[in-house]
Design a protein around this ligand. Sequence first.
Ligand code: HEM
Length: 127
Amino acid sequence: DQQLTPYEAIGEQTLSQLVDSFYGNVQNHPLLAPIFPDDLTETARKQKQFLTQYLGGPQIYTEEHGHPMLRARHLPFEITPSRANAWISCMEKAMNEIELEENVKEFLLHRLTLTAHHMVNSADNED
Ligand code: HEM
């Protein structure tokens, strides 16, 4: 029988709602807001493209921007362990806000947690 990709299981509209809700949370997070642009329209558009292909959908991020090289693209930003945890908490909150189905939530949150930790490139400040 046919296997749906995670992208197909979630659906374009739900993924879009998730990303919009997520960046709403980012904008209100004291550790994250300062390193993001004020206008997150373009950031959200790229994230929708990225997550589409990350979840097995069409490679629309790569078509427009080239290979994701996600860690390299994050090097200009100070990504500390605290910021990675903040990112994950904004994502979990967004998943709850849009009432993402529990199995999908667990699957996606697990994968994103691994990716978020991979982005860490700076230590938390001692002071
Ligand atoms: C871009 C922060 C984790 C995917 C960005 C930008 C910042 C940022 C500041 C630049 C926004 C802009 O100028 O438009 C963080 C922090 C993270 C994190 C603090 C904590 C670990 C992740 C994860 C993913 C991700 C886990 C993927 C699942 C992206 C994508 C972009 C981006 C696709 C756009 C790249 C581009 O310009 O083409 N992130 N990020 N980020 N981030 Fe993250």
